[in-house]
Design a binder for this molecule. Sequence first.
Ligand SMILES: [Zn+2]
Length: 87
Amino acid sequence: MLKFVVIAIAGYFLFKLIMGDKRKKAETISQKNKDLAAEGIMIKDPVCGTFVPKDTDIRVKQGSDVHCFCSYECRDTYVKQLEEKQG
Ligand SMILES: [Zn+2]
């Protein structure tokens, strides 16, 4: 599922590049995501680094921290890593 999304996004930006929009758009979106992350609207998926909306359903509460994930695959990976750390 994530691969499909990445391919779709990559294809979109490739299309934009071909249309003469250059990389500026990608940089703008990247910056926008960082701004949203700074405002607490978007949260970075700790597994793959994707920015996801804070109100996503795919989340793990760990003490006072809440981690949000782009997919159940990433969430499971994170939970497994936690379990390994805890032994
Ligand atoms: Zn992810």
